[in-house]
Design a binder for this molecule. Structure first.
Ligand code: PEP
Ligand code: MG
Length: 579
């Protein structure tokens, strides 16, 4: 039994068999085998090489047909490399000598070859290192008997263990069969963590080497509430976590009745509780969780889940579906926030040393106007289906907001000219996600119809801490006094201009912060649908008077630890179960 501690990314307990997801960084665990298993390992290897060679052969023919012989030559290199008898002999020899699994031996040999190619002076051969990495992945996929694509249709429930999962992988997973996630890297607001939370799947991230500790099939426990993962648990441990699962489902049941009740404080102030969604159909789940609307629809996930750029018509249909699922409730459609870690397969992106500070989000849209305009047209066309609001992400300068609004006005004009109907008077707002936007919130509040504080990025940029990097996760604190003072500025500026302000970062769904946020003056919070019942229970137990006192005191602390300890104490007093 191995117990590992990571970061709690999505609450709940899951117990089940492991599915290891390979990725470029994934290290195949060293696996000894009995000498009598060697022939079986060699036959697995031979079959995998044959299958991979066949696949590459087909790719070569298709490439020759579509792209000409020069492109096809790349695959000819792959084909001859895979078919090389020396390669087979070397791997087989390693399997026999050690003895180990063919996956491990193959990965070892391929790493050696890559080192060899990297040291060559011929630039053409140097370039082939990437081909070798590709070949390695392809063959390993056959050896291990699964592929990335397989995760979209799984035959039985599993716990996904991986070094890393990209947002596009996470969104294409077969949700019905994913019990939990255990991931080597990431932080609480990395997008994989957010996706897990949205879907109510327990997850632990920042586990260091968990992917190297399992090879698939072992039983694993994921305690996403406490950030614990247990590999090969003994009977007592399994029993203990099963009891926790039962307790958690009882708590969930007790929250069912609260769904029908309004989110009103004891001194009768109404708070709007909205939901964040990533996929159109999640809007239905949001309504089930009693969301009063969708406060953040992360439309980029439609792009991430698709191999090619979704057409305007396809986007329109998906946005219409989201609005329909919201059943008459308003939907804030955020324009695509691609870039940084959210890279779609069809995006032509150049390597950037600092992608979080690079050509991402609205900046990317303003430089890819055709794509952006088609996206805006789709949103506007869908607006006939129900009430929508449009929100621009990642703005740092006033000019960007003006450019985005001007582009939207252009698109509206085009639609009018084409006689295509869309709802008039749509409210246009923006996210406050950068310190620059926070400090200029007054100016933005004058030009936007509403503002929404995106604490995930605001924290990252204020504290200069990568939100997805587990090595600096201890520094990532939305309750850092620097961040909450910025939030206070934003809320004050909004109030002065009478511009509505909400929050849609993960902070909004965390019970620890709820009283602080209400005390700072927020009346609209948007969160993962499953967070709504607990937040509502808490709102119904507190008063704005009490919250104002809490915020006043919290703002006096200079250290983040003091703030969070104080907020926990204040939460414990009125809702100990939410801690
Ligand atoms: C945020 O940054 O707080 C936010 C809500 O946007 P995302 O998490 O999609 O970056
Ligand atoms: Mg953001």
């Amino acid at each position: 039994m191995i117990t590992k501690k990571g970061i709690n990314a999505s609450p709940g307990v899951a117990i089940g068999p492991v599915l290891v997801l390979d990725s470029e960084e994934y290290r195949i665990p060293r696996k000894q085998v009995e000498p009598k298993e060697v022939p079986e390992q060699i036959s697995i290897l031979e079959n995998a090489l044959l299958a991979a060679r066949e696949e590459v052969g087909e790719l070569r023919l298709a490439a020759a047909r579509k792209l000409g012989n020069q492109t096809a030559a790349i695959f000819a290199f792959h084909e001859s490399f895979i078919g090389d008898a020396k390669l087979l002999a070397e791997v087989t020899d390693l399997v026999r000598r050690t003895p180990c699994t063919s996956a491990f031996a193959f990965a070892q040999v391929m790493k050696q070859r890559q080192r060899l190619f990297r040291d060559l002076t011929d630039p053409y051969m140097k370039e082939r290192v990437r081909d070798l990495a590709d070949i390695e992945k392809k063959v390993l996929r056959y050896i291990l008997g699964r592929s990335r694509e397989d995760i979209t249709t799984l035959s039985n429930p599993v716990i996904v263990v991986a070094h890393e999962i990209t947002p596009s992988q996470a969104i294409s997973l077969d949700r019905d069969n994913i019990l939990g996630f255990a991931i080597d890297v990431g932080g609480q607001t990395s997008h994989t963590a957010i996706i897990a939370r949205m879907q109510g799947i327990p997850a632990v991230v920042a586990l260091g080497g968990v992917a190297a500790d399992v090879s698939g099939g072992e039983t694993v426990i994921v305690d996403g509430t406490h950030g614990i993962v247990v590999i090969n648990p003994d009977d007592d441990t399994t029993e203990h976590f099963r009891a926790k699962q039962v307790q958690a489902s009882k708590v969930a049941e007790s929250l069912v009745e609260i769904r029908e009740l309004p989110a009103v404080t004891q001194d009768e102030v109404k708070i709007d509780l909205l939901a964040n969604i990533e996929l159109a159909e999640e809007a239905r789940y949001a309504v089930d969780c009693s969301a009063e609307g969708i406060g953040l629809y992360r439309t980029e996930f439609l792009f991430l889940a698709s191999e090619r750029l979704p057409t305007e018509d396809e986007q329109t249909e998906v946005f219409r579906a989201a609005i329909r699922h919201a059943q008459g409730r308003p939907v804030v459609i955020r324009t695509i926030d691609l870039g940084a870690e959210k890279i779609a397969a069809h995006m032509a992106v150049r390597h950037e040393d600092n992608p979080d500070l690079g050509l991402r989000s609205l900046r990317y849209c303003l430089q890819n106007l055709d794509m952006f305009k088609a996206h805006l047209r789709a949103i506007l066309r869908a607006s006939m289906e129900g009430e929508i609001l449009i929100m621009f992400p990642m703005i740092t300068t006033l000019l960007e907001l003006r450019q985005a609004k001007a582009t939207l006005a252009d698109v509206m004009e085009d639609l009018d000219e084409d006689g295509v109907p869309f709802r008039k008077g749509i409210k246009v707002g923006m996210m406050i996600e950068t310190p620059a936007a926070a400090l200029l919130a007054g100016a933005f509040a004058r030009e936007a119809d509403f503002l929404s504080i995106g604490t995930n990025d605001l924290t990252q940029y204020t504290l200069a801490v990568d939100r997805g990097n587990e090595r600096v996760a201890h520094l990532y604190a939305p309750h850092n006094p620097a961040v909450i003072r910025l939030m206070q500025e934003i809320i004050r500026a909004g109030a002065k201009e009478k511009t509505p302000i909400g929050m849609c970062g993960e902070m909004a769904g965390s019970p620890v912060y709820c009283q602080l946020l209400l005390g700072l003056g927020l009346r609209q919070l948007s969160m993962a649908p499953s967070d709504i019942p607990v937040i509502k229970r808490l709102i119904r137990r507190t008063t704005i008077r009490r919250c104002t006192g809490i915020a006043r005191k919290a703002l006096r602390f200079d250290a983040d630890r003091q703030v969070v300890n104080y907020l926990r104490d204040e939460l414990r007093k009125i809702d100990p179960e939410a801690i």
